[in-house]
Design a protein around this ligand. Structure first.
Ligand code: GAR
Length: 257
C-alpha cells in the first residue's frame, strides 16, 4: 500500500498549483490530502478553491503586522521563543553587509507573522508544507519550527525559473526579459536563503521567437503542475534523500532513490 501524506499549503494568489496538487490526490496519483491552506492574502483566489471543497483555510495579515510594527515597534509582541541573534546568524536572505536595522526589521516582523501562521498550523498534523505561490520569504524562526523533528527538510517551494538563475518574485518575467532561450521551473526545499535550498527537480522548455511573456508563463505553469505533484509523490514515498557532495563545504544536494 502507498503511504498517505498530509500536506499543508501556503498560497498568496490564484492557487493553480494548489489545484494541481488536489487533483493529483483526487486522481489517486498520490495517496494523501491537503489538510489546510493558509495565506497572507485574504483575497487569494486559491482560498476559495479550497473552501468550496471543504479544506480549512486561514489568513495571517502580513501587511497589517508589518505596518503595526512600523508604527509601534516598542509595543511589538515578539514570540517568546524568538531569539534574534540565532535568526540573525542563520539567515542568508540578506548579505551580512546589509544594514543591521534592515535585517532585524525583517526577522522581527516575520517572526510575529510566522508565529501566527504556526498557531493556526499547530492544530493539524502534517508531513509536508508546500509553498504554492506563497510570496513571502520565510525566516529561520519558521523554518526551524517545521524542520525540528525531521532529518529531511519539510518545506517545499516551486519557483518559476531554473534556479539558481532568477530567484525572487518574477522568475518567468526575469527569464524572458533577459533574453534566455530556455525557461523552466524548479522545485526545491526551503533553506535560510532566498530560493537557495536543495533542488529536487527541474523542468525546462524552449522560448521561441513567437513567444510572449504570457505564453512563457502559460507553458511554465503547465510544467509546474506536473512537476510539483511528482516531487510530492517522491517525498511521500520517502524517495528524496539529502547528500553531502565530496567536499564538506559543498552544498547539500538531493538524490532520488
Ligand atoms: C507560480 O508560477 C509559482 O511558481 C510562483 O507563483 C506562481 C503561483 O501561481 N511562485 C513564486 O514566484 C514564488 N517565489 P498559482 O497561484 O497559480 O499556483
Amino acid at each position: 500500500m502507498k503511504p498517505f501524506i498530509r500536506i499543508g499549503a501556503l498560497i498568496s494568489g490564484t492557487g493553480t498549483n494548489l489545484q494541481a496538487i488536489i487533483d493529483s490526490f483526487n486522481s489517486g496519483k498520490i495517496q494523501g490530502k491537503v489538510i489546510f491552506v493558509g495565506s497572507d492574502n485574504a483575497q487569494a483566489k486559491g482560498l476559495t478553491r479550497a473552501e468550496t471543497i471543504g479544506i480549512p483555510t486561514f489568513v495571517v495579515d502580513y501587511n497589517r503586522i508589518i505596518q503595526e510594527y512600523k508604527n509601534y515597534s516598542e509595543q511589538a509582541q515578539l514570540p517568546n521563543d524568538f531569539v534574534l541573534e540565532d535568526a540573525f546568524a542563520k539567515q542568508s536572505i540578506y548579505p551580512k553587509s546589509t544594514p543591521r536595522e534592515k535585517i532585524e526589521f525583517f526577522l522581527k516582523t516575520r517572526a510575529i507573522a510566522e508565529c501566527n501562521l504556526l498557531k493556526h498550523m499547530n492544530s493539524y498534523s502534517y508531513d509536508l508544507i508546500v509553498l504554492a505561490g506563497f510570496m513571502r520569504k520565510l525566516s529561520p524562526y519558521f523554518i526551524d519550527h517545521i524542520n525540528s523533528a525531521s532529518a529531511i527538510p519539510r518545506i517545499m517551494n516551486i519557483h518559476p525559473a531554473l534556479l539558481p538563475a532568477f530567484p525572487g518574485t518574477d522568475g518567468y518575467g526575469d527569464t524572458y526579459r533577459y533574453g534566455c532561450k530556455i525557461a523552466g521551473c524548479t522545485v526545491h526545499f526551503v533553506d535560510y536563503g532566498e530560493d537557495s535550498g536543495p533542488i529536487i527537480a527541474q523542468r525546462a522548455f524552449p522560448i521561441l521567437e513567437t513567444d510572449t511573456l504570457d505564453s512563457v508563463k502559460t507553458k511554465g505553469l503547465q510544467l509546474e503542475w506536473e512537476l510539483y505533484a511528482e516531487c510530492i509523490r517522491l517525498f511521500s514515498e520517502n524517495r528524496i534523500q539529502l547528500v553531502q557532495k565530496t567536499h564538506e563545504k559543498d552544498r547539500k544536494s538531493v538524490i532520488i532513490i
